[in-house]
Design a protein around this ligand. Structure first.
Ligand code: SF4
Ligand code: SF4
Length: 112
């Protein structure tokens, strides 16, 4: 692992920036360590009355299950669609990240 420490003078202050680089270092984290958390089969539901089309769920879904479309919801917001539910990990990130409680998951067990 390589550690690089650099100093910069910005205005009247000296700041230190530390960059650490290494082949095994994680620079960012995929949600919930995907493969190990492979789920029970889930169904992804979008509540079109709540969704405001912000796109967070589609942007951060680690598997590209969701996609924004040009279609408008009954309230006039861009709609998000489930494009390939078979790829869904059931990680719950979309549910957790939605500020409008507009997307949720159910398991097959819950639906029975
Ligand atoms: S639970 Fe949501 S964020 Fe996770 S893979 Fe499925 S659709 Fe994507
Ligand atoms: S995060 Fe929620 S409000 Fe935003 S597009 Fe997805 S379902 Fe809609």
């Amino acid at each position: 692992m390589l550690a690089v420490i650099s100093y910069f003078i910005v205005g009247p202050r000296l700041i230190q920036i530390t960059v650490i680089d290494g082949a095994d270092m994680k620079l960012w984290r995929q949600p919930f360590d995907m493969a190990e958390k492979a789920p029970k089969p889930v169904k992804v539901h979008i509540d079109v009355d709540r969704c405001k089309g912000c796109g967070y769920c589609a942007e951060f879904c680690p598997r590209g299950v969701l996609k924004m479309t040009d279609e408008l919801s009954p309230k006039g917001y861009d709609m998000v669609k489930v494009v390939d539910e078979t790829k869904c990990l059931g990680c719950g990130l979309c549910e957790a990240i939605c500020p409008e409680f507009g997307i949720y998951l159910t398991t097959e067990e819950k639906e029975e």
